[in-house]
Structure formats: structure tokens, C-alpha cells
Design a binder for this molecule. Structure first.
Ligand code: FAD
Ligand code: SIN
Length: 523
């Protein structure tokens, strides 16, 4: 009978995973955090804008809730929206007590000048950690704290390839992992938390790091978890049109940056004459994409702000662009939309519980009901933070440390059996080709025919990818292929346009709230 290797197994070292780890370790559980790359590699570490929280005297959770519901277009779950937004102020206080240096934050108050402004927020409410390097500075403090905590172990370069499920009870018992020496082994735990982030790197153009290809969603799906609303991929309108699609934060537009096409026209006037560049992401992304089709290129212009203010407010973005050969204070900056955020994911309740016993999911991998058909900017770190603390409370109440694990037939691969099967160069080419196809057929140009062709293409790739392998790239590709398939299947299940899911033949970019909408469920 296998023994648990830890009380709590957390897969993913982004904001959600590390906050949960610290909160659980403070409750005296032995926590093991597994992460497939370096502990520092996650979307969380690249966040620029910050965390949405109503702190000004003119603002309130009620206004924040209204803004969130409006952007979600009728698909948010009002209970979830209220839950997360009402909890964020307390969670920020807890993080501040842990030593997170929020810019200008003192005893629950922040002067207006420290708060950022982003699209579709009716107030300035983006709390930062260090100007436009919010994610890096938030994560640095969390990493340092987690690495020092005696109840937390962290295993880097360790890849989740499958969740372990008790074949008689259906409960999750941990996972099967592969380390950098290619050893494959099980880890058993009394509670397993997936905090593996989203899947935007399934697309050729993405603001996310390469780790975000939907491993958690693929593994959970294979184990029988409910996956929903994967068609809602939020495309960010302003990524640098360069080798890496580095994010040019919405906060730039919040400070007055405008978008112009190759003819020098401020084209948002045509698409959204009132809210212009500060319309919701679905609207601005679609407009940028449209202009690129018609006029080849699109630029962001923030020259009006001047070098001094640009450097003061956007030093990280300024430095990155300067190194890439673009000066925000003197140049028009070429932009492209890029896949940015996975709105759907593993369905959970507000405690992070999935439909599988002993499996929780938190952060971007989860679908809690906070975001609807589109996501309000900076509401995702909010969700990661609140969920990190909440899951710890729930596990503390529900965990059974004396449960027995049954022996499983793990079906681990043997090196010999895999030797001839894998052609790595071919697989890498296929993986890249799939990302190109996802961009061409499942981003802005979604049609029923295109999505069906894409599904056929994905099915042809699946054939060789059924078994676990000794090759880590192959195991990741297996998840990439399944996650792409689930996304395309979800898109086909919603034949009409809504928010961040737009069908090209029938665009609908109105911001009217709809009623009676249902989630896309995959099981
Ligand atoms: P992540 O931070 O993505 O972490 C996932 C972790 O899981 C990683 O450590 C990864 O290595 C690990 N992992 C994945 N698969 C496996 C596997 N198979 N085995 C082991 N480990 C695995 N949101 C905001 O609210 N405000 C912002 O200003 C903001 N700016 C953003 C800027 C950028 C450039 C990006 C990309 C996103 C931004 N977002 C922002 C979104 C936000 O950062 C993410 O939604 C959030 O950080 C996700 O956190 P997470 O902990 O759920 O996942
Ligand atoms: C940004 O800074 O534009 C990203 C914010 C987010 O995705 O929430």
C-alpha cells in the first residue's frame, strides 16, 4: 500500500500555487510544490498591470462588481463575482503582512497617484507592486518566503504527466511526474491542487511564457474533471510585434496611449467612438486584428507622455522595448494582438473544489465563475490571491490525513518500448505547426469550417500520442494536442459570437448584457 509523500501536493509555482503553499504551510501541513521549469517561470511573474482592488474613497466593491459583470456579458456567476471581489481587500492585507511591498499601500489605503487605470474599470483601482513589474516583485517575495519555509519543499524541472486516480473510489491520489533526468515516478498526497495556469501558448502569438500550454487542463480532463468555457480565450490587443510577443500593458492606454494604423489614423474611432482605446479587450483586439488585415500594421503611440513620465511609470516596458530597438518616448511601437488569458478551465466551486474527490484547482487553470465571456483587466491576479487563501481554509477543514491509498497499475513506460517511437525533431516541427494552425484558425478568424478542419488535423496528430513516453517533450506535446482539441471543440459548441469568442461570419462586439447564457461543458 503506497504511503503519501506529502500532505498537500501543489502543481504550479505561480501566484495561486505559492500563496496556497504558504497558507497551508502556515497551518502546519507538509507541502510539496512541483513545477515544470524554474520556480520563477510562470505567467504570474510577467504580470505588469497589477491587482484590481477598490481602494479609493470614491470606489467600492459594488462598483468593481458592476464593472466585472458588465465585461462578462451575462456569463459571470454573480455569486462568484461577489465572493472574490468582497474578499480581495482582506487578502491584500494578508499579503502586505507577509511583506509584499505594494506601491504606496499603507494600512488599507493608497493615494490615487499609485493606482493604475485599465480599460472598462470605472475607477482607478490597479494596485501595483513595483510600477510595471508587479508580477516579478510579487513573485520574488513569494518565492523567497516559500523557499525559506520549513514545511514547504519545491521540486523544479518536474513535469506532471498524469493525475493518479484511485480506480475503485475515483479519488485523486497525487500524480505521475517526470524529472530532468527523465525518471518517471508517482507522488502520493492526501490533497492535490492544480495551479498550472492557462493555455495561451497553444497559439503562435501569445503573451504567456512557454510553460502555459494547458497541461493541467489536459491531465484533469483525462482524469474525468469537468472542463468548461474553453472557447473564451482573451486576446490582448497590444503585444509587441517582434520576436517575443512582449506585453505592452493596458495601463499604457490607461495613461493616454492611442492606437494608429499604417495610415496614421486613430482607428478606434470607427469601432468604439466613445470608449476608444479603453473599450473592452475583445473590442480593441478585434479592431487591431481587422486593421492589420486591411492596412498591414498597427502602432501604439505614447509619445505624449514624455521620457521622464514614461520611465517613471513604465520603466520595465520602456527598458524591454529599448533593448528591442523601440523607444516609447520617440517611436510608434508596432503591435499585434496575442493570446493572453484562458477564461475557461477546470470547473470548481468557490473553495477550488473540482468534481473529483481530493482534487482542487486554483488560479488561471480553474473556471470559478468570476470571469464571464470576457475578463476585466487585473481580475486574474485577484482570483489567484483569493483562491490561494480560500483553498487553504477548505483543505484544512476537509483533508483526511489518514486515508488509505490503493495500489494502482501505473502503466509507466519502459525506455526500451519508447526507443523507436519518438522522432523528436519531427515532433517539435509538429508542435510548432499546430501553434500556427491554432493562430490561423482558432483566434480571430474562427469559422465552423476552419474549426472542423483544425479538429481533423488535431485528430491526425493524436494517433502517435496515446501513451506515456520517456521523452518529456513528447509528454508535453500530448497535453498540447489534447488542450488544443478541447479548445476547438468548445468553440464549435458555441456557434454564435460572444465576448472573447468571436465567429468571423457573425461578429458580435456589442457590450449588451445577455440573459440565459449557458456554459460550454466538456466531460
Ligand atoms: P501561472 O502563474 O501561469 O503558473 C503556472 C505554473 O504551473 C507555472 O509554474 C508552470 O511552470 C507550472 N506548470 C504548468 N504545467 C505544469 C506541469 N505539467 N507540471 C508541473 N508544473 C506545471 N493578471 C492580472 O490580474 N494583472 C496583470 O497585470 C496581469 N498581467 C499579465 C501580463 C502577462 C504578460 C501575462 C502573461 C499575464 C498577465 N495577467 C495579469 C494574467 C495573470 O498573470 C495570470 O492569470 C496569473 O498570474 C496566473 O497565475 P497562476 O498561478 O494560475 O498560473
Ligand atoms: C495588462 O497589464 O494589460 C494585463 C492586465 C491583465 O491581463 O489583467
Amino acid at each position: 500500500m503506497p504511503k503519501p509523500n506529502c500532505d498537500i501536493l501543489i502543481i504550479g509555482s505561480g501566484a495561486a500555487g505559492l500563496i496556497a503553499a504558504l497558507a497551508l504551510a502556515d497551518k502546519n501541513f507538509n507541502v510539496l510544490v512541483i513545477t515544470k521549469d524554474a520556480v520563477t517561470e510562470s505567467s504570474s511573474a510577467y504580470a505588469q498591470g497589477g491587482i484590481a482592488v477598490s481602494l479609493l474613497p470614491t470606489d467600492s466593491p459594488k462598483k468593481h462588481i458592476q464593472d466585472t459583470l458588465k465585461v462578462g456579458l451575462g456569463l459571470c456567476e454573480p455569486k462568484a463575482v461577489e465572493f472574490f471581489i468582497n474578499k480581495i481587500t482582506d487578502s491584500i492585507q494578508k499579503l502586505s503582512a507577509w511583506g509584499i511591498p505594494f506601491s504606496g499601500y499603507k494600512e488599507g489605503k493608497v493615494a490615487e497617484e499609485f493606482l493604475g487605470h485599465e480599460a472598462a474599470h470605472s475607477e482607478r483601482r490597479i494596485l501595483k507592486v513595483d510600477s510595471d513589474l508587479s508580477g516579478r516583485m510579487l513573485m520574488k517575495t513569494l518565492w523567497e518566503k516559500a523557499c525559506r519555509h520549513s514545511k514547504i519543499s519545491i521540486s523544479q524541472g518536474t513535469f506532471l504527466i498524469e493525475l493518479l486516480k484511485d480506480s475503485s473510489t475515483g479519488a485523486i491520489q497525487g500524480g505521475i511526474f517526470q524529472d530532468i533526468n527523465n525518471s518517471i515516478f508517482p507522488i502520493y498526497a492526501s490533497a492535490t491542487i492544480l495551479a498550472t495556469g492557462g493555455l495561451s501558448s497553444l497559439y503562435l502569438k501569445s503573451t504567456n511564457p512557454a510553460v502555459s500550454v494547458g497541461d493541467g487542463i489536459a491531465c484533469a480532463y483525462r482524469a474525468g474533471a469537468i472542463i468548461r468555457d474553453l472557447e473564451f480565450i482573451q486576446f490582448h490587443p497590444t503585444a509587441l510585434d517582434y520576436k517575443h510577443h512582449f506585453l505592452l500593458s493596458e495601463a499604457l492606454r490607461g495613461e493616454g496611449a492611442i492606437l494608429v494604423n499604417a495610415l496614421g489614423e486613430r482607428f478606434m474611432q470607427k469601432y468604439a467612438p466613445e470608449s476608444l482605446e479603453l473599450s473592452s479587450r475583445a473590442v480593441v483586439s478585434q479592431a487591431v486584428w481587422q486593421e492589420i488585415q486591411e492596412n498591414k500594421s498597427v502602432y501604439l503611440d505614447i509619445r505624449h507622455l514624455g521620457l521622464e513620465r514614461i520611465k517613471k511609470t513604465f520603466n520595465g516596458i520602456y527598458s524591454f522595448c529599448k533593448n528591442a530597438g523601440f523607444d516609447l518616448s520617440t517611436d510608434l511601437i508596432p503591435i499585434t494582438p496575442a493570446a493572453h488569458y484562458t477564461i475557461g478551465g477546470i470547473k470548481t466551486d468557490l473553495d477550488g473544489k473540482t468534481n473529483l474527490n481530493n482534487l482542487w484547482a486554483i488560479g488561471e487553470v480553474a473556471s470559478t465563475g468570476l470571469h464571464g465571456a470576457d475578463r476585466l483587466a487585473s481580475n486574474s491576479l485577484l482570483e489567484c490571491i483569493v483562491s490561494g487563501f480560500q483553498v487553504a481554509e477548505n483543505i484544512n477543514q476537509e483533508i483526511n490525513l489518514s486515508q488509505e491509498f490503493s495500489d494502482q497499475d501505473l502503466n509507466l513506460p519502459t525506455e526500451q518500448a519508447n526507443k523507436d517511437k519518438i522522432d523528436l525533431i519531427y515532433s517539435k516541427e509538429q508542435s510548432h505547426k499546430l501553434k500556427i494552425k491554432m493562430w490561423e484558425l482558432a483566434s480571430f478568424n474562427r469559422t465552423e469550417k476552419g474549426l472542423n478542419n483544425l479538429l481533423d488535423y488535431i485528430s491526425s496528430l493524436e494517433v502517435d500520442l496515446l501513451d506515456l513516453s520517456f521523452n518529456p517533450f513528447f509528454n508535453q506535446m500530448r497535453n498540447q494536442v489534447l488542450a488544443s482539441k478541447l479548445l476547438v471543440q468548445s468553440a464549435l459548441q458555441r456557434p454564435y459570437s460572444l465576448g472573447s469568442h468571436q465567429m468571423a461570419e457573425n461578429l458580435n462586439l456589442s457590450n449588451e448584457l445577455s440573459e440565459g447564457l449557458i456554459h460550454t461543458i466538456l466531460k
